[in-house]
Design a protein around this ligand. Structure first.
Ligand SMILES: [Zn+2]
Length: 440
């Protein structure tokens, strides 16, 4: 039993905590379920932003959401919630005071988590999208014939920078408009990607018109893109600056002065459409860093590094490695994203190159090769590339096999197949020999 004095102290302490730790005081007031054709969206209504982490467990399949300092509001009831993926929701308090929500699943799930700020209809929300598939991206152990049938292409959103009223940067020598060059390169890139087995590209802009930055990201999301590649050809005040470069999003700030300068310019693009992004967007601005987002960032870097390495082969690159800057268009919380500066239109010789169909094709090929290598190494679960990665790592030679036939069956080049297995000629293979299939 507390005496009045300790009670006062306790109340004072609680008041202090409420003031000092507003982030830790979130209450879960409700839960809603939306069933989309390809995923289920679970929305928790909260009284404020809730620090959380999400992880998956197997046998049985569960998704665990730990919310620091959060608690359930009186009368909260998640019992009736279930659907084709979700069996039920359980909850409990952990010794450290965090709230643990456990989703008992009917199958493995790949979660995507983010928070939304209040809008006209709803308050703070914690959103958990449940997609069928493994959370970790590890190869599946067992697969049914149906799984194989359902395997899909990986989707690359190719984003031609600028357009319409927004010409982008202008070349000094020929007056080349960035928006035209980016569209030409984007179209080439799409064609090259579409020609790759298991890969498909979608363009966020198909002609010379304005698309605001958020719309570009929304289009990529609608298409369930696995990767977002934004194509630019920018300018710098110093016309000597040249070379292509690859950027990923930086949360903290630009890695160089040029990077900061470019990011400001690219982001300003949206002012043309009359929309200022800073504090508007629900989804994009309010996403807190969580597991799914840092996974996205990791994948972005990995994909960008592959593209950078390929661009390095076709011409000069600007900067020693992939750079980071606060490009708005890269801020999708759930789609790995990169921005490729194909060259500096402000540099007279690069401006000439950017107009040249051959050079454009080289750039597009380099980007495609980088993207392809990224997916060969980390194919998203449920895609044809993931199936191929699992089933085609090794090949045992049987009577009648030829190297070129094996190469075409696994969609790799004859040369890389030979190199990987140190085979000098067709005559050097024998029945029963195990070949390793290269990544590309
Ligand atoms: Zn640009």
């Amino acid at each position: 039993m507390l005496n009045p004095r300790s009670l006062n102290k306790l109340l004072a302490l609680m008041a202090l905590c409420l003031m000092a730790c507003p982030l830790l005081a979130a209450e879960i007031t409700g839960v809603r379920l939306w069933t989309a054709p390809d995923h289920t969206r679970l929305v928790f209504d909260t009284t404020g932003p809730a620090a959380h982490r999400v992880f998956a467990l197997r046998a049985p399949h569960r998704l665990v959401i730990d919310l620091t300092g959060a608690r359930l509001a009186d009368g909260f009831d998640a019992k009736p919630i279930s659907d084709r993926y979700l069996q039920r929701i359980r909850h409990g308090m952990r010794p450290d005071g965090s709230l643990r929500m456990v989703l008992d699943l009917k199958q493995p799930i790949r979660p995507k988590t983010f928070q939304l700020r209040p809008n006209a209809s709803y308050g703070h929300r914690l959103v958990i999208d449940l997609y069928p598939g493994e959370a970790s991206g590890k190869p599946r152990v067992a697969k049914s014939a149906q799984d194989v049938q359902r395997a899909r292409d990986v989707v690359v959103a190719v984003d031609a920078g600028h357009g319409g009223d927004d010409p982008g940067a202008i070349g000094r020598r020929f007056g080349t408009q960035e928006k035209l060059v980016t569209l030409q390169i984007a179209r080439r890139l799409k064609r090259l990607i579409d020609a790759q087995p298991g890969m498909r590209a979608v363009l966020t802009r198909k002609g010379d018109y304005f698309v605001d930055l958020r719309k570009r990201m929304a289009l990529a999301r609608e298409q369930r893109a696995d990767l977002f590649v934004s194509i630019h050809a920018d300018a710098f005040r110093d016309k000597r600056v040249r070379g292509s470069s690859v950027y990923v999003l930086s949360q903290r700030g630009a890695s160089s002065e040029a990077a900061r300068w470019l990011a400001e310019k690219e982001n300003a693009s949206d002012l043309v459409g009359g929309v200022k992004l800073d504090d508007k967007d629900d989804v994009l601005a309010s996403v807190l860093l969580d597991l799914s987002q840092s996974a996205t960032q990791h994948a972005s870097l990995s994909a960008a590094a592959k593209v950078y390495a390929q661009l390095n082969k076709v011409g000069p690159v600007h900067g020693k490695r992939v750079q980071q800057a606060g490009f708005m268009v890269l801020k999708s919380p759930d789609i790995p994203s990169m921005l490729v500066e194909t060259g500096f239109i402000s540099n007279p010789s690069e401006e000439r190159g950017l107009r040249d169909p051959d050079h454009q094709e080289h750039l597009a090929k380099a980007i495609m090769q980088g993207v392809k290598r990224f997916f060969a190494k980390s194919p998203p679960p449920g895609t044809l590339l993931a199936e191929r990665g699992q089933s085609a790592l090794k090949h045992v030679i049987v009577r009648g096999d030829t190297l070129s036939e094996i190469a075409s069956r696994y969609q790799v080049s004859l040369n890389s197949l030979r190199r990987k297995n140190q085979i000098r000629s067709e005559n050097h293979i024998r029945i029963g020999q195990v070949l390793e299939i290269p990544d590309t």
